[in-house]
Design a protein around this ligand. Structure first.
Ligand code: IPE
Ligand code: IPE
Ligand code: MG
Ligand code: MG
Ligand code: MG
Length: 353
């Protein structure tokens, strides 16, 4: 009998994704250690949210799953690379991910970095091999690159770390920075995200850039609380929202969707993407390691700028809830076919993992 519950549909889609990920890994020409490190992270489970979103968007636009599988695999590869790098000692310095020790704990930092690089690069090879016309493939590559790059996930990760530690441009070599300022005309001393995050008239301690263990520096601020929320929203939209919105757009492209459908799905993606990171911040406060597969409490340890940190738990929940309602409105255009997307939006804020 066909399963009709949301959970059943999610399971069906994951059943498509898992073997597709595995077959993208069968690379005889990779060094054995690299293959093992990539497999270790990619095949460790995880919610598979982004590939599921590719398939759901493709489905709601009437596409065939077969044509969308390469894009689904590619975005999960990029997401997994982002997690490996996110956990590195120079970034969030985490020991557990997807219920296992992090990649660098098992394989060492060099191989963890390279496994991430390999996943990122392979993602583009996979998407370029999709059974679609060249114009559609080029569009998939463009959207994937935009979502993952400096204006998307990578840029958001930079802002996330700067909010925690202060600008990277305040690196130890101030003479070199001054020289660069003189040569480029850029103001390298402009206000950082972390400075902007401090309450008006207050002082705060932020970490010096470069090393999570280095001394804290005290900064003063005249920023408003509202500005801090705006800045954090930008960080979350970039580091997490961009890949999630990108997943929906990839699915729409695979189905040759018209521009209205594509725009509505992108809009839905931006709303659930931000809600997803708010939920992640909340779970870091309220969640359990056994369910999360990663250690909670790390955001406070690291001094991260987060929604519960800024607004408290209740307000953060309300904000996520509003975003979910906005997301559901964005997909009304699909009528009854929007059902799974609406259920998924709800799952994002109600999840415990
Ligand atoms: C974790 O993403 C990183 C964030 C963007 C918050 P997920 O919560 O989707 O991680 P997996 O894929 O299920 O492991
Ligand atoms: C990570 O955000 C976003 C990425 C681009 C990987 P977090 O640092 O909050 O993710 P977790 O909590 O470690 O999974
Ligand atoms: Mg992080
Ligand atoms: Mg992290
Ligand atoms: Mg987190």
């Amino acid at each position: 009998m066909t399963k009709t519950t949301f959970q059943g549909h999610l399971d069906d889609l994951r059943t498509i994704v898992e073997p597709a990920l595995r077959s993208a890994l069968s690379r005889a020409d990779w060094p054995e250690s690299l293959g093992l490190a990539v497999e270790y992270s990619l095949m460790a489970g995880g919610k598979r949210l982004r590939p599921v979103l590719v398939l759901l968007a493709n489905e709601v636009c009437g596409g065939s799953a077969q044509a969308a599988i390469p894009a689904a695999v590619a975005i999960e590869m990029i997401h997994t690379y982002s997690l490996i790098h996110d956990d590195l000692p120079s970034m969030d310095d985490d020991d557990f991910r997807r219920g296992r020790p992090t990649s660098h704990k098992v394989f060492g930092e060099a191989l963890a970095v390279l496994a991430g690089d390999c996943l990122l690069t392979s993602a583009f090879e996979v998407v370029a091999s999709a059974p679609l016309p060249p114009g559609q493939i080029a569009e998939l590559v463009r959207i994937l690159a935009l979502a993952a790059g400096g204006g998307g996930m990578v840029g958001g990760q930079v802002l996330d770390l700067e909010a925690e530690r202060g600008s990277f441009l305040r690196a130890e070599n101030s003479a070199l920075l001054s020289e660069m300022t003189a040569n480029t005309g850029c103001d390298l001393k402009k206000t950082t995200v972390a400075e902007q995050a401090v309450l008006p008239g207050a002082t705060a301690k932020i970490r010096s850039p470069g090393s999570p263990n280095s001394d804290f520096v005290t900064i003063d601020s005249n920023r408003t609380a509202e500005t801090r929320v705006v800045e954090l929203t930008r960080i979350h939209k970039m580091k997490t929202g961009a890949l999630i919105a990108g997943a929906l757009e990839l699915g729409a492209i695979c189905a040759s969707a018209d521009s209205e459908s594509r725009n509505q799905l992108r809009q839905y993606g931006h709303c659930i993407g931000l809600a997803f990171q708010i939920a992640d911040d909340l779970l870091d406060v309220t969640g359990e390691q056994t369910k999360l597969g990663k250690k909670p409490g790390r955001d406070v340890d690291l001094g991260k700028l987060t929604f519960p940190g800024l607004l408290g738990i209740d307000e953060s929940r309300k904000k996520a809830e509003h975003l979910i309602q906005e997301a559901c409105r964005a997909v009304e255009v699909f009528g009854d076919r929007s059902r799974w997307l609406k259920d998924l939006a709800r799952f994002i804020v109600e999840r415990d993992h």
